[in-house]
Structures are given as C-alpha cells and as structure tokens.
Design a protein around this ligand. Structure first.
Ligand SMILES: Nc1nc2c(ncn2[C@@H]2O[C@H](COP(=O)(O)OP(=O)(O)OP(=O)(O)O)[C@@H](O)[C@H]2O)c(=O)[nH]1
Ligand SMILES: [Mg+2]
Length: 339
C-alpha cells in the first residue's frame, strides 16, 4: 500500500574559496616571495536515509538549500577553511530525480545511507603554488570554482504504519478524514471504499501513516467481498486500529468476526498490536458503553476506546496517542524525530 509524496527543491553546494595573492613582508627580508594560501573547498550536499521520517513535508516548507562556501585563502600561507557540508535527512524509500522527474539520481533504501548529490566547488590556488624557478614572484591566484547547483525532485513511496480495519460502514473513512488531510469518500452504505486510502496523522510532534482499508466481511480471508487482496497490505503495518460500529445489534460479534478473518488469513495477524475502538457513541445509550468496557476487560483483558468520529474530541486524540505509542515501541525510541 503506497502513495506518492513529492517535493521539488533547489540545491546549491558551496563555492570554493578564492586563492590568495600575497607576498611575505618582513623587515629585514627583501623579496620575501609569495605566501598566498589556497581557498577552502565548498561544502557538499548529501542526502541521508532516516527511518524516523515518514513524509517529505519539511521540503514543502523550505525549498532552497545551500551548503557553506569555502573560506578564501590568506597571506602567510594560510589555507581557507572548508565550507561545512549540508546533510539533508529524507525518509527511507525516497528517490531523488532530476529536475524533470525523469532520471533517477539516487534511491535511498536504507537507514543511514548517504549519497552525494551536489558537489562543492574546489578552492582556488594561492600564488605560492605558482612559484617556479623562472617566476619567483607570481602575481597569479585562482578563484575558487562554483559549487554545483540543481533542482531535484524528491519522491517518496509511503508505506502505512497503522491500518484501520473493520466491517463495512464502521466509519473507517470518516476516522481517516478527521485525523488526516486525506479526503476519502464517505457514505452510508457498505463498500464505499474500494481501494486503500492513506493519510498522515500529525499531532503534537508525532506522525504516522494511517491506511483506511476497504471493509472486511466474513470470508474475506478466502476472497469474499473485497477480500484478502487488501489484507496483504495490513501485514506490513506494525499495528491495527480495529473500528467497530457500536450502534449495530451485536458489536462483540462484529469484533470477533473480524478477528477470526484475520487469523484465518494469517495466524500471525492475531499477534499484531491492536487498538480496539468503538465508533458512533453519539447514537447509543451510555450503559452500552459501560457494559462493553466491562466485557472487554473481563473476557479479553483488553483496553477499549469509545469515540464518535463525526464529533472528534479528546477521546479520538487518545486513540491517536495509543497509535503513536505503538510506533515508538516499534522503533524502540523515546521520541520520534521529525527533522
Ligand atoms: N452517527 C455517527 N455516524 C458516523 C460516525 N462515523 C461515521 N458515521 C457514518 O457512518 C457511515 C459510514 O462511514 P464511512 O466512514 O464511509 O465507513 P467505512 O468504514 O469507511 O465504510 P466502507 O468504506 O464501506 O468500509 C457514514 O454515513 C458516516 O457519516 C459517528 O461517529 N457517528
Ligand atoms: Mg470507507
């Protein structure tokens, strides 16, 4: 399950520093000779893969990136310092293409993979370098060369972190529409969603990719309804949000049917972390909530959430936080770096 995230950015590697034209000036030394140092090399621009990033969003806000210029050379044979390199973090799965989006320059497939995309200019030679037997006082020093500059396209194929599963009409697309910028079709009939939809949840410093999977029905594992085609996608997610319409006759049965489908499809799916969420609490009695909470604690020893996706509030935020915790556990880090 993939979708494309794209950004076009401009890169300018650092120019090389100029070489220096200078002669030694000392009181008792006539014809001290040349002592102009070389300019420093300009900074390079690298891309490096990071598995803590999910999107190219940062590259939509800032589009121009420059590495530092090399310092100019100075007298007394002082070389100019090298300009700092610029290292741009991109999500693993990012492809870097030329300005027309046609030629692939690099494919970042691993955490920590580093590729050079724009080379800094060379430092110019100072006049010391031009001293020779026939020219003891060269008046030549080179300018630094220019750093490379180019427009590139970044293109990311997103892979979902968390899948929204449940029966048709449970409110999965509604959930996606209120938690991300995705605009899935929502309607009061089953199988409104025909192919998975993705969105990025962004909330108080955390982010993850959420996938809205077409509704599952009994026999889905064997190809019924929209079938197992999309269950394959959920295998790659590290967690599930299982959404259940609380207003239907038997929500517990609905929950169990989906669990059975998952298990029949692949027994390992039952082990996948699951956040159980009852939706549509706005149209039921409060005592139903109390009952369900009790049953889930006793029978399944599982925590459950109750929300109304059409009236999103703090209860929905709690679900997102639980999902974000799954991501942290999965990556085994305390904080998720967004930059
Ligand atoms: N009352 C109420 N209705 C809701 C709530 N959430 C969703 N709905 C309605 O339930 C219906 C189904 O919502 P969808 O989001 O399309 O459901 P889905 O799970 O994506 O359905 P499929 O794509 O068919 O699997 C729509 O008419 C929604 O407006 C809720 O919290 N309360
Ligand atoms: Mg839907």
């Amino acid at each position: 399950m993939k979708f494309l995230d794209k950004a076009k950015i401009f890169l300018k590697a650092g120019d090389g520093g100029n070489g220096c034209l200078s002669f030694r000036h000392e009181k008792f030394l006539e014809y001290g000779g040349p002592d102009g140092g070389d300019g420093g090399k300009g900074g390079d621009i690298y891309f490096v893969g990071s598995s803590h990033l999910n999107t190219l969003i940062d590259y939509r806000y800032q589009q121009h990136f420059k590495a530092k210029k090399g310092e100019n050379g100075r007298g007394a044979n002082c070389y100019g310092a090298k300009g700092d390199d610029l290292i741009l973090k991109v999500p693993v799965g990012t492809e870097i293409l030329d300005e027309f989006g046609e030629i692939s320059l690099a494919d970042i497939t691993k955490e920590g993979q580093k590729v050079l995309i724009a080379r800094g200019g060379e430092g110019g030679r100072g006049n010391t370098r031009f001293k020779s037997s026939v020219n003891q006082a060269p008046r030549r020093a080179d300018k630094g060369t220019l750093g490379e500059q180019l427009w590139v396209w970044l293109q990311l194929k997103l892979i979902a972190d968390i899948a929204l599963i449940g029966m048709p009409n449970a409110g999965k697309s509604t959930f996606l529409s209120v938690t991300t910028k995705a605009k899935p079709k929502i309607a009061d009939y089953p199988f409104t969603t025909l192919i998975p939809q993705l969105g990025v949840v962004r909330n108080h410093g955390y982010e993850f990719v959420l996938a809205d999977i077409p509704g599952l029905i009994e026999g889905a594992h064997a190809g019924k309804g929209l079938g197992d085609k999309f269950l394959a996608h959920t295998e790659r997610c590290f967690g599930l949000i299982h959404l259940i319409d609380i207003s239907q006759n038997d929500p517990i049965n609905a929950y169990e049917r989906i669990r059975t489908e998952l298990e029949l499809y692949n027994p390992k799916m039952k082990e996948k972390p699951e956040i159980i969420v009852f939706n549509k609490v706005d149209i039921i009695d409060n005592n139903i909530i109390t009952n369900l909470k009790h049953i889930f604690q006793k029978k399944y020893k599982k925590k459950v959430f109750f929300i109304s996706a059409i009236n999103p509030d703090i209860r929905l935020t709690k679900v997102l936080e639980a999902a974000s915790d799954l991501k942290k556990k999965y990556y085994n880090t305390d904080s998720i770096n967004l930059v």
